[in-house]
Ligand binder design. Sequence first.
Ligand SMILES: Cc1ncc(COP(=O)(O)O)c(C=O)c1O
Length: 402
Amino acid sequence: MTATATSTTLAIHGGTPVRTAPFGGWPVWGEEEERALLAALRSGHWGSLDGTFVTRLEQEFAAFQGARHGVACVNGTLALSVALKAVGIEPGDEVLVPPYTFIATASAALMVGAIPVFVDVDPETLLLDPALIDAAVTPRTRAIIPVHHAGSPADMDGVMAAARRHGLRVIEDAAQAHGAAWRGRPVGAIGDVGTFSFQSSKAINAGEGGMMVTDDPALEELLWSYRNVGRRKGGEWYEHVRLGWNLRLTEFQAALILEQMRRFPAQQAHRTESAAYLSSRLSEIPGVEPLRVPDGVTAHSWYSYHFRWLGERDGGLPKLAFSAALKAEGIPNFHGYVPLNRNEAVREEVARLGGPEPVACPNAERAADHEVLMLALPILMGSHDDLDQVAEAVAKVAGARA
Ligand SMILES: Cc1ncc(COP(=O)(O)O)c(C=O)c1O
């Protein structure tokens, strides 16, 4: 085999892979996290009711996201359900959600008996397209959940304008968007409530964990109460004024998250620079397009990096073959979500609750079936050399014929 043949033969067909070294691990930790965990242990107060770490986290995280109040909880999924309850969502109410997101955005609504109604995404950003909101609104629509997908704020101008037009409550699903901002305003409290995840893949994490932020003191009391088995702030221990859950975060998780927050700004800056560099490299490759970042995004969390493969229609590899070939070149990647309007569990529950059949969402479906591939956060934490290898591998696979 000639040198040229070796370098252009796909690794999946026996050629030499572009890369053999693994990418870095996630999360990153050090003595600071060890000290914080020991401090929580030695405090003897391992629960938030008598400890100090969760309270500090709630204050610091809310301030970090530019919100007045923070209420910590066990994860980002239940944060969404609690937020929906707090803004008054009742069984049978309809909640607008994008289809191209983690299942929790829709299942959190279903878990409180509400019906998710899908509003398709913009194919260039994968973010909910506000131009499609009006057509999805019915007399039963009560709320909208814009998702700040991959760390990019959704178009909050369009979402808030539509919410005002139709009298909808707004829950921002910011599970992936710590530190992100729309027109200079951190996400989370632009709408009524914003929810975050500290699950193990997230840019700030403690293995598991969640946070709800809001500017509204009345909502903060409700979030606190639902998270705290329906207790009343300042009330008696066995005074339960509503039904709630025990969704309290532990002191250990809060201690870890506080330390991870200190690492975050430098990591976010690194990923932002990496994403710009990778986008400039990938843009040179025919058939490959980085996602468009909306103009209003003034800070992006770069939780993950997505690009569109448009070459399938011009005789290039089909998306799944592209993904497998890229993996064989040493670049881990993911196919992304199954659009939730097609998810059987979601469809069955919507039907069981008597909701309208989920509509087709052609942009999300095309992204899932033919176009979009995802690179996880550790790749963006790498060096330019790492990203050059990503671009080299993408170019190699993009050049292959089906
Ligand atoms: C967009 C989105 N919403 C909600 C969640 C749920 O968060 P958690 O895994 O903490 O329950 C996630 C997390 O994976 C997510 O990515």
